[in-house]
Structure formats: structure tokens, C-alpha cells
Ligand binder design. Structure first.
Ligand code: FE
Ligand code: FE
Ligand code: ZN
Length: 277
């Protein structure tokens, strides 16, 4: 069975969010650890977290994904900005451990003129400061589109971060189909080749999650703009191959497509489930 869900809001509570996921036909989902822009976190409601955990176990969910605010820049040049990212991520790992959510996804940051190498080193150093034996969440580096001065836009750049992390068994990768396509990896015409390259550079054992999004712009355009499944440049035939690929089909997939209504996610989940062979 395909493991799939969509991005959801925890604004009405964690248990409520898990129930919503069930209603949409999902068996996984993703949510922001805190306000994605303002980065303020509400205090964790421990009983709600326990109720979500029990619900997920009872209803056969596979792991869910907690996403860091996308405004954080872990490799920022300004010390205050980098320290803020560190503080948020450190607290989020404690929250993830309390929620028993196994994966925490983040964008590795933008070097903004410092150079790729410095960006990689700063992000890895931050991970080395926040990963400890007191939290057991695995941190996932999201593959990025390479927009602007984003790091993580190549498999080599993701690998370079992982290589510098001491507790590297606690670091994995979340592959975003829209981002890799816009970074120039041709998952439409050469999915096998891209995955072979991922395996050669990073190792498929590091891949724990996928973001499944169509792409508004073309291959290698380095523009991070998602489209609904089948309404972008990746297209339905490619998604059929993606959800059935032996290296991917057992992993959790999460939609981050632009929709207004939850029913549209239910329809997309059903569409993708219907493609599995
Ligand atoms: Fe993301
Ligand atoms: Fe994503
Ligand atoms: Zn994106």
C-alpha cells in the first residue's frame, strides 16, 4: 500500500489533525513545528501529543514528518539569524521527542554570498551543536531547488553536510520531487538514473521521506514553485513511475501541493493511490 498524506495544520490540536488525515485517506502527514513565518511556538500540550501518538498507532499510520519553519536560515552570516535558527531547531527536537515523531525536516539554508562551502560547514556545525543523545528524532535535510543561494540543491551538497555531522546516523534526507526537478535532476525521463545518482552520492539508505509535488517551472529552472499533481511540468506518467519505483514505493510520501480545500488533498491522495500497481 502506498503511504501518503499531505501537509496539515495543527492549529486545532494534534489529535484533531491526525483524525483529519484519516478522513482524507492518508496514513502519514506533515505539519509545521511552529508558525512557519513568525517562528513562535505554542507550549506543547503533552496530553494532546500522547493522544495523537496513540491514534496514529491504532490507525496504522507510518511515521509522520515535522517540518521546521522555512524562514530559518541555519547558515546565515548574521550571528543573530543563525542563533535563532539554532534555538528553534534545538527546541523543536525536544518537542519531536515528546511527540514521539521520528523525523524532523529542515531546509539547509542559503549562504547569501558566503559561498556554498561556508554554508555547508555552518549548517553541519549547527547540527553538531543540536544533535545529542537526549533527543532521538532523526533530522532530515530536504533536497532544495537551488533557488538563489540555497544550499542542498545538489546531492553532493546534501552529502557534504552529512559527512560533517558527528552523529550522522541521526541525519537523513527528504527528497522533494518538485525541488530535485527544478534543481536539474530529470525524474521525468530518467528516474532510474537520478535514483542511481542519489544512491552513489548520498546512499538510498539515507532516504526516509518524499515530498510529492508537481513543478510549475521546467527542469533545472531553479524556481521553487509547486504545482498540483498532474498540473505541472513533471506530469502524471512520471508520478506513476515514482510511486511504483522499487526504491521509493515503501517510503512515506507527503503532498505540499497548492490547494485551498482539504477535499482536494483527499482527491490527490486517491489519485496517487489509484496509480499503484
Ligand atoms: Fe520544505
Ligand atoms: Fe518540500
Ligand atoms: Zn518547495
Amino acid at each position: 500500500m502506498l503511504h501518503i498524506g499531505c501537509h496539515l495544520s495543527p492549529s486545532e490540536g494534534l489529535l484533531k489533525m491526525a483524525k483529519t488525515a484519516s478522513e482524507l485517506g492518508a496514513d502519514t502527514f506533515q505539519f509545521f513545528s511552529r508558525n512557519p513565518r513568525g517562528s513562535k511556538a505554542k507550549a506543547l500540550d503533552e496530553s494532546d501529543a500522547a493522544a495523537m501518538d496513540a491514534y496514529l498507532k491504532e490507525h496504522g499510520f507510518v511515521p509522520v514528518l515535522v517540518h521546521a519553519p522555512y524562514t530559518l536560515n541555519p547558515c546565515a552570516e548574521k550571528p543573530e539569524t543563525a542563533q535563532f535558527a539554532e534555538l528553534c531547531m534545538r527546541n523543536d527536537l525536544i518537542r519531536c521527542t515528546a511527540m514521539k515523531t521520528p523525523f524532523y525536516n529542515f531546509h539547509p539554508g542559503s549562504h547569501v554570498g558566503q559561498g556554498e562551502q561556508t554554508g555547508v560547514e555552518k549548517t553541519a556545525a549547527l547540527l553538531n551543536r543540536i544533535l545529542s543523545d537526549e533527543t532521538d528524532t532523526t533530522v532530515l535535510i530536504e533536497t532544495m531547488s537551488g533557488q538563489g543561494s540555497e544550499i542542498g540543491g545538489t546531492f553532493e551538497s546534501v552529502k557534504a553536510i552529512i559527512d560533517r555531522v558527528n552523529l550522522s546516523e541521526r541525519v537523513g534526507v527528504c527528497l522533494d520531487t518538485c525541488h530535485v526537478f527544478q534543481a536539474g535532476y530529470d525524474i521525468v525521463n530518467d528516474l532510474d538514473g537520478v535514483l542511481t545518482e542519489f544512491d552513489r552520492v548520498i546512499g538510498l539508505d539515507r532516504l526516509h521521506f518524499l515530498h510529492i509535488n508537481d513543478a510549475k517551472f521546467g527542469l533545472g529552472e531553479h524556481k521553487d514553485r509547486h504545482a498540483a499533481i498532474g498540473e505541472g511540468q513533471i506530469g502524471l506518467d512520471a508520478f506513476r513511475r515514482i510511486v511504483n519505483h522499487p526504491a521509493l514505493k515503501n517510503l512515506p510520501f507527503c503532498l505540499e501541493t497548492p490547494h485551498e480545500k482539504l477535499e482536494e488533498y483527499a482527491a490527490e491522495i486517491a489519485l496517487l493511490r489509484g496509480m499503484t500497481e
